[in-house]
Each structure stands twice: as C-alpha cells, then as structure tokens.
Design a protein around this ligand. Structure first.
Ligand code: PMP
Length: 400
C-alpha cells in the first residue's frame, strides 16, 4: 500500500517551490517575510488579456480544444516564432501546453530512453535534471564558470557530447544567472553541434523579452538555420505577459517529436485550458508596449539592488536578462549567525537570511550552483530595498 515508484525516488521536489512554501508558512505565522524566492513578474496580467479570456468564457469557449491548441492560437504562435524569432514552423510542428514547463517535460518524456544523456549547462533552472530523471534519461550537468559569464563555451560543449547525447538545453536569458547568449556565443555552439547530428537542441526562450540591452536575444536555430530541423524552441506567456497562473506555454519543433508530444498530451491533460488559450491569443496579438516598460522597471531594480548586495559582501555581477541575481555567499561559509546557526553551505545561509532576516531566497545548490543563492528582483522597489537592507544587516553581523 502507498508504494512509491522507483522513478520518483530519485526526484527532488522543486527547490524554488519549497522556498516559496516556507516563506508563505512563516508569513501565515505572522512574520513580515519579503519573498525574493519566486520566479514570476509582480505585474498584473494586461487588462486586454483578462477581457479576452472573460469574453471567451461568456461566448462559451469553455470546452476541450484540440489537443495541441486552438487553430487561432497556433496560428498566432507560428506568426510569433516567425516575426520575433526568425523561426519557420508549420502547424503540425506546434504544440500548445500547460506552461513551458509541461512542454519541456513532454518533449523529454517523448524522446528519452534509459541511458540517453541530456547536457544541462549549470547554473541551470531547477527542473531540468529532475525532468530528465523522471523520463529515465541521464542529466549531464556541465559547469559554466563565473569568469565565462556562466555561459557554456564551445570547448566545454564539445567535451560533454557523447554517442548517447540526445539533447543540449540552452536557456537564454538564463534562470538563475541572467546570462544572455549573444549571436557569437550561439554561433560557436552551433559549429560544434553541426558536427554531432544526433544532438537535439532544447531552446528554452521563456525570458526572451526580459533583456537589458547589453546583448540582444537570439534563438540558436535562427543563428544557424541548419539546426532548425533538430531544435525545439519553447516559450510561453508566463513571464512576458505576467500570466504565470494561467499555465500556458508552447513549443515549435520537428514534426515527429511534436507528434509524440501531442500524443502524450492526448493521454494526460487533453489540452491547455481553453480560457487561458483565449488569453494567450490576445497576449500574442495585442499591444506589446508593456514589454518595454516592464524591462525598464526590472533594469532599474537590478541597478538599485545590485550595489547593495555587493556592499553586503555577496559576489555578484549584473545579470543581462531575466529577473534574478545569482549571488555568491562564499565569504559567509564557516560563520555562525546571531542565533547560533553555523553556516556550512548555501542552504544554511538561505535559512539564516530567512529565519533571522525575514527575506526568502533559494539556495544555489538546486541550480547546480553551490555557494550561491538566487534572489528575484521582480518585487516592488520599496520592498526590494528593504530586503537588501535586511540582508546587509545579517551579513554585516556575520562579518563582525
Ligand atoms: N523555463 C524557465 C527557465 C523558467 O524559469 C520557467 C518558470 N520558472 C519555466 C521554464 C516555466 O514557465 P511556465 O510558467 O511557462 O511553465
């Protein structure tokens, strides 16, 4: 009774969900916690998107849709990929799913056999290795150095590829480092990939619109069109349109792969929410001016908080995209907090900042970045600055 599969035994719960849950728990207990652990915009969904979804409900668009999305939304996704990313997909190459997360999960489940390897440049989004493990593949986590801007180099990629490599994950802008791969970076990776036709590319482009201008966004198959036939580009409305709770993402990729993803959805979720699909259609087709204003706000917050963290003794560089800072807490390892907690690793440091400083962050170990913590600056300016002061106060006590 209640036996758990061996498949699940190797899987960890999402560390960012766990950190948010602990922050909520303390909040519910009356503590004034500032939560910098969440991975979502603090802006509301644009009003016209909400209106479109509401109208869709009133118009009776409340039933199952096609497994891979409504024809209207798929057409909008095709246009988006073409106009914004320079990627050409036909309708049978597109699947709309319940978040980019589900699309990535389904692609891995549909394509991996036991022993197949997936190269995951670290620091990486928490979910990739566990998703690979659930699909019974082998995550090959390769470290990217801070000196290289946390970006995968051609040489490191080359060394990591084996006969068994099935996918390379590229996530630019990257959660948690904020690294953005420029055209030249992708060109160098593409040259290696052209020599290894068995390797597919899973391009997680979910933060494409959150770039701060130093390096502009490119998807690898647009830089090297010969890679398009083995690239799955994944995207969604969560980050760009502030729609994380709507659970709506999509992917474009090889027809044979996407056919299996569609089959998987037909046996699991049937389709993404019809209402969210109507909202996503309005998001993709409607006004886009909020993208620039949100970008400016994120950039301002980044520039506000970064110097405070550096001053506090954390090691960090300005992220070029996304809304996270990956901060090194190396200088605090081995110290003991005011309440007597010995800080051995990033998890202890995160715990001390939460329990004694009332700021929630996520330990870097979950991102393949031990010795670091990830904090989100998608929080209003005043709370963000208050959080920075609280962190600085704890850090200064630790250093004393
Ligand atoms: N990829 C990355 C890198 C992310 O950070 C996230 C959200 N945390 C996702 C994918 C999933 O996004 P969605 O809400 O579309 O499932």
């Amino acid at each position: 009774m209640n036996k758990i599969s061996s498949r699940m035994a190797a899987v960890l719960p999402s560390a960012s969900s766990a950190a948010s849950a602990r922050a909520r728990e303390l909040k519910a207990a009356g503590r004034d916690i500032i939560n910098l652990s969440v991975g979502e915009p603090d802006f509301d969904t644009p009003e016209h998107v909400i209106r479109a979804a509401s109208e869709a409900m009133s118009a009776g668009k409340t039933r199952y849709t096609n497994v891979d999305g409504t024809p209207e939304l798929k057409a909008a996704v095709i246009r988006k990929f073409k106009d914004e990313n320079g990627l050409d997909f036909a309708a049978n190459q597109i699947v709309v799913g319940t978040g980019a997360k589900q699309v990535i999960f389904n692609v891995l489940l549909a394509t991996l056999d036991a022993g197949d390897e997936v190269i995951i440049p670290a620091p990486h989004w928490v979910s990739y290795p566990d998703m690979v493990r659930i699909a019974e593949g082998t995550p090959v986590v390769v470290e990217c150095r801070a000196e290289d801007g946390f970006k995968l180099s051609a040489a490191t990629l080359k060394a990591a590829i084996t006969e068994k490599t099935r996918w390379l994950v590229i996530n630019s802008p990257c959660n948690p480092t904020g690294a953005v791969y420029g055209e030249a970076d992708l060109r160098a990776l593409a040259d290696v990939l052209l020599e290894h036709p068995q390797v597919g590319i899973l391009s997680d482009d979910i933060y494409e619109h959150v770039v701060f201008g130093e390096t502009s966004f490119h998807s690898i198959a647009a830089v090297e069109p010969r890679l398009l036939e083995r690239t799955v580009a994944v995207n969604g409305v969560s980050k760009a349109y502030c729609m994380t709770g709507w659970r709506l993402g999509y992917g474009g990729g090889p027809a044979e792969v996407m056919r299996e993803v569609r089959k998987l959805q037909s046996q699991s979720t049937s389709c993404a929410s019809s209402i969210s699909q109507a909202g996503a259609l309005a998001a993709l087709e409607g006004p886009q001016d909020h993208l620039e204003s949100h970008r400016a706000v994120y950039r301002r917050r980044r520039d506000l908080v970064l110097p405070k963290l550096v001053e506090a003794g954390l090691t960090c560089e300005a992220p070029e995209g996304a809304f996270y800072i990956l901060a090194g807490c190396h200088d605090f390892l081995g110290k003991t907090s005011a309440a007597g907690t010995k800080i051995e690793d990033d998890a202890d440091f995160t715990r001390v900042i939460l329990e004694e400083g009332e700021v929630a962050m996520v330990p870097g170990t979950a991102f393949g970045a031990p010795g670091y913590v990830r904090l989100s600056f998608a929080v209003d300016d005043a709370r963000l600055m208050e959080a920075a002061s609280r962190i600085a106060k704890i850090c200064s006590a630790l250093r004393a």
